[in-house]
Ligand binder design. Structure first.
Ligand code: C5J
Length: 224
């Protein structure tokens, strides 16, 4: 077992039954000109998570530990996009409309792809999800059961939306969840801080959080 100096207390896991889940590091959320920006957000906040997520990916890849990426997207006919989601708010462009990087959040369009810095490599699983949570209407739970996964390390965007939703879904399904603090960001820094506190409040009601350094140090006790 590996012990990470985490909050609210130590996070213990067996690397043989752990996986990294990188949530929605997609061009439409992270890059200027994407969907996130058309919703009025300052995407520079999300870019702070890119380098730490790259380092976290390398940590898992060096140890041949499973890596799973998620992408929030929809079928081109929008049959998996509820009207309540598409119609929400008053954006200049909606899901499925033609944007600066192809049709917004449509599977296969350039904007829906993962940013090159965090792109999946051969052998890594990519889960396409129509909702905020990565367990809703996907085969993620089955995949994790087949891998024998018990512990999930999380990164990605945005902290309070798709990351938090997926962590709550995972927690309800019995997975032990650790969020790496620098490898997640929100368009709203205060929401990121609040989410980190919510996750680890009440004795880790959703899971644990830790700085990347704590995981690096813990894993340095194992061979690559
Ligand atoms: C959002 C996400 N913010 N990946 N998606 O709608 O958090």
């Amino acid at each position: 077992m590996i012990t990470v100096d985490a909050n609210p207390f130590e996070y213990c896991f067996d690397p043989a039954s752990a996986a990294l889940v990188v949530i929605d590091m997609q061009r439409d959320f992270v890059e200027p000109g994407g969907f996130g920006e058309t919703l009025g957000n300052d995407v520079s906040h999300l870019q702070r998570a890119v380098d730490p997520t790259k380092r976290l990916l390398q940590l898992f890849r060096d140890r041949k530990m499973p890596v799973i990426h998620t992408r929030e997207n929809h079928l081109s006919d929008l049959s998996d996009c509820p009207l309540a989601k598409r119609a929400r708010g008053n954006p200049s462009l909606r899901i499925g409309d033609e944007g600066h990087m192809g049709r917004i959040l449509i599977r296969g369009e350039p904007g829906a792809e993962i940013i090159p810095e965090c792109a999946p490599i051969a052998g890594e699983l990519v889960i396409d999800k129509p909702g905020k949570g990565a367990f809703y209407d996907t085969g993620l739970d089955d995949v994790l059961q087949k891998l024998g996964t018990r512990s999930l390390v999380f990164a990605g965007v945005t902290t309070e939306v798709c990351v938090q939703t997926t962590m709550r879904e995972a927690n309800d399904r019995g997975y032990e969840c650790l969020l790496i603090e620098e490898a997640t960001e929100s368009y709203f820094p205060a929401f990121k801080e609040a989410t980190i506190e919510m996750i680890r409040a009440q004795g880790g009601i959703v899971g644990w959080t830790a700085p990347l350094k704590a995981l690096v140090e813990a894993l340095s006790t194992t061979s690559e």
